[in-house]
Structure formats: C-alpha cells, structure tokens
Design a protein around this ligand. Structure first.
Ligand SMILES: NC(=O)c1ccc[n+]([C@@H]2O[C@H](COP(=O)([O-])OP(=O)(O)OC[C@H]3O[C@@H](n4cnc5c(N)ncnc54)[C@H](O)[C@@H]3O)[C@@H](O)[C@H]2O)c1
Length: 437
C-alpha cells in the first residue's frame, strides 16, 4: 500500500450553489430530497450506488465508493441558486415538467423554500431567454462582486462549512478564447470595461474561484475553460472542470464508439438528430447557442476514433449533429443515431439507435456526483482542472498539451484509479499475470 493523500474530513454542511434553477437543477434537488427521505433510490449516481474493487480479485474487497472515500453525506447538503425567473424551486420544477405531480407533491414544502437569487444575466448571450430576476451593476466586475457577496451570504445564512458551484444554467452563445481571457489581469480589466468576450457564466466562475468554491460547468459554454480562470483556480487552490453534462446521445456515442474501435470496425458516418421541447431546446434553437452545443457534441467521435492513427477505418467519417426544438416532447427528448459502419473487406452495415430518453433524469445524478467529487477534490488539496472527472462531461477540459479523453470506459478507470490513489490503494492495471504464476 502507498501512503494515502491527506483528505480533510467532510464535517458540517456542504452548500451546492447552482446558477440556473431550471429542469436539471430542480430535478436534482427534488431527487436528493426524495432519496434522503427514503422514498427513492439514487439511480444513475456513482457516488451513491457505485462500488470499487480494491486489491486482487481474490481479495474480495469491493466497498461502496461512498464508504471508501470521505464524501459529504446527502443529509448534509443544502441547496441554493440564481435564476432570471423568480419562481421558487417547486414552481420551476412544475414548469419544467420533468417530475410528475405525485413526486413533486411529496417535496413541495421543501422545494418552496429554495428561492433563486438575482441572476447575472445578459440576453446578448442567450437570445431566446429573458426574465425579471436580474442584477443591475456598474459593469461586469461589479456584477461579479455582487455574486461574491451572494456566495458569502448564502454560506453564513445556511451555516455551511463548504460550498461547491455547478453551472446548471442555459447554454450561452458561442465564444472563442480571446486575449482578454489570457491572464487574470486582462480578465479583470475586461470585466471593468464590459468586454463582450466575457459572458455571465464567466462572472459566476470568477466569483466562485475568488471565494475558494470549486466550479463545475454543466453547459458547453467556454466559461472556466480559459487560461485566466485556470491559472486563477490553481493560485487559489480551487478545483474546476467541465464542460457539458454527458447525458443522452453523447453518452451513447462514448459507449458505442470505443466498442467499434476496439474491434477495428470501420465507420463512414454517424448522423445524430434530436427533437426536444424543453426550455433548453428553445435556447438551443438560437444558432449562437446551438453552435456552442454542436462543437461540444462533435468532439467525442474524433478523439475516440483517432482518424489520423486509423486512416483506413476512420479517415472519411461524416459526422453530423442536429437538434430540433419540438415543443410537444417537453423534456423527453428523442435522439436518433444512424451509424454507417463497415467490416471485413469493406462490406457496409448500418446500426440505428433510437433513444427515447429523459434529459434531466440523466443529468440530475451527474450534478450530485460532481458536487460531491469536487468537494472531495478540494478537501484532498487538488486544484485546477479535475481531468479525472471527465467521465461526466461531453467535452472534457484537460491540460493544454493533452487531448481530452472521451472513451467512457477509460474515463471510468481513471476516476476509480484516482480514488484508489487518493486512499493509498494499489492502482488496478488489469494485467493479472500473478493469478497464473
Ligand atoms: N438536461 C440535460 O441532459 C443536459 C445535458 C447536458 C447539458 N445540459 C445543460 O445544462 C443546462 C441546464 O439545462 P436545463 O434543461 O435545466 O435548462 P433549463 O432551460 O430548464 O434551465 C436553465 C435555467 O438557467 C436559467 N439561466 C440562464 N442564464 C442564467 C444566468 N446567467 N444566471 C442564472 N440563471 C440563468 C434559465 O432561466 C433557466 O431557468 C443547459 O445549459 C443545458 O444545455 C443539460
């Protein structure tokens, strides 16, 4: 056994702050409360249901992850957030229409107590959205200062020992990294001069880091994926990560594509289309926000299949992603995939996947796991990008000199090995030669 990393115990309350109390945020909060009351099971949550094998297969040591690493307990979680609408979490959850009235009724009183703080918002970055619950400020720096104050007040009022922030707000318009993002000095100057390349999500991330609060980005926005905030997070000892919760279609892609590649099956094309009718779908109906999402969704295949290494198999893939806003479907998205693969001697085959999924049902346990693991990372003294949590993201952030790892199975191994490393257990290589000596 190696020496474990020193991890501070999770004493006291952990506050989970969410910019964006929409479909995902409210489904997450309602679900945690139902689980705490013993009325539901946290399906989809690795931190709550997952196990981890330790040592050799013959040792039969497979504890639950939550018994192996010191995670915050569900009973110690408190929730808060910001939104451009004034609706409390119960009203917002009812509007989102993810959970049925029977489930929401059980937690109505609890959800009604969670009211959004005023948002730092600018419609320029989310064209198809406007609401009344918005901060006013001299400039972007002033708005960030107001967010910092919100964070401090929340912590005090709720007697929290620690906080984490998970971005559950809308997808912003597509932004490319600019000079203003290159270091903290330029970034702070840019906030004061209202530089258009600084989006509201960046103000939340800046405020979180300034207050020593880990920040996870559930949307594909650039947000914390800029050198200024990466360096700032390292200096302040704060874990950060993103981008974009890996749910429906991309989850399927990163499950299936590694399998085709492992068997050296070729691919000519992958056409993905989606219909969805929730507010997220409405926001993505704007070409600027769609572009941000499209970039995030397109990356996975290229990195998994490595066409440069396998030109005969993946050299000419046509990868297309379409998202169509179709109100009758609400949150129950339908994602179709047509996959054109080929086998021995180039003979073509087709695979069709029709995933009738529930977006926020898939996203809610990810919010929970990210909040608990980011808090763990902070207590373990890990800061900057948490690449070991790529498992949860469509478009994982990683060090400049690396390419992101998208393969769900490699991501899962990396996550579990990081936990073993943290606790001083041997890493699992799957070599297993010793069983046959
Ligand atoms: N549902 C999924 O499976 C899934 C998967 C991956 C990523 N995401 C992303 O997660 C985010 C949330 O998804 P959702 O389905 O809950 O959307 P939603 O539209 O129901 O909720 C987003 C909320 O954020 C609020 N908002 C927007 N800008 C804000 C700001 N600057 N400050 C505070 N609040 C703000 C909106 O008013 C809205 O209530 C989206 O960016 C979405 O793309 C969702």
């Amino acid at each position: 056994m190696r020496r474990p990393v020193s991890v501070a115990p999770p004493k006291g309350k952990l506050g989970i702050l969410m910019p964006g109390m929409g479909a995902v945020g409210t489904t997450f909060m309602a679900g945690v409360e139902l689980v705490r009351r013993g009325q539901s099971v946290p399906v989809g949550s690795l931190t709550q249901l997952g196990t981890i094998r330790l040592g050799k297969r013959t040792e039969a040591r497979t504890p639950k992850i939550k018994d192996f690493v010191p995670l915050a307990k569900l009973d110690d979680l408190v929730f808060g957030g910001w939104d451009v609408f004034k609706d409390d979490a119960y009203q917002a959850a009812s509007n989102a229409g993810v959970l049925d009235a029977k489930d929401l009724g059980k937690v109505q009183k609890f959800l009604k107590t969670i009211k959004p703080m005023k948002a730092a918002f600018d419609q320029h970055y989310v064209k198809n959205l406007s609401g009344p619950n918005v901060k006013k400020g001299k400039n972007k720096f002033d708005l960030a200062e107001q967010l910092r104050e919100d964070i401090r007040n929340f912590k005090k009022k709720n007697k929290c020992d620690r906080l984490v922030m998970v971005w559950c707000a809308s997808t912003e318009t597509f932004l490319k990294p600019q000079d203003v993002h290159k270091d903290l000095k330029s970034f702070e100057k840019g906030m004061r001069s209202n530089d258009p390349s600084i989006a509201p999500s960046m103000l939340y991330a800046y405020a979180a880091i300034s207050e020593g609060v880990p920040f996870a980005n559930g949307a594909p926005n650039l947000t914390v994926d800029i050198p200024a905030l990466e360096d700032y997070a390292k200096t302040k000892g704060v874990p950060i990560g993103g981008k974009d919760f890996k749910t429906g279609q991309t989850l399927m892609k990163t499950i299936l594509a590694p399998g085709f590649k492992a068997r050296m099956l070729g691919m000519n094309g992958w056409f993905s289309t989606n219909i969805l009718g929730n507010r997220d779908g409405e926001v993505l109906d704007d070409p600027g926000s769609f572009k941000t999402k499209e970039e995030s969704k397109l990356g996975a295949l290229e990195y998994i299949l490595q066409p440069k290494l396998y030109p005969d198999l993946y050299g000419t893939i046509h990868h297309k992603v379409r998202i169509n806003y179709y109100p009758p479907r609400g949150d129950n998205k339908e994602g179709w995939d047509n996959i054109d693969i080929f086998g021995w001697l180039g003979y073509p085959m087709q695979i069709k996947v029709d995933f009738l999924c529930r977006d926020s049902i898939l996203a809610a346990p990810i919010v929970l796991d990210l909040a608990l693991f980011f808090d763990l990372a902070k207590r373990a003294g890990m800061h900057g990008i948490q690449e070991w949590l790529s498992f949860y993201f469509k478009s994982p952030m990683c060090a400049k000199e690396l390419y992101p790892e998208h393969d769900l199975f490699i991501q899962s191994m990396k996550l579990k090995n990081t936990l073993r490393w943290m606790m001083g257990e041997d890493l699992i290589t799957h070599l297993g030669a010793e069983y046959y000596d």
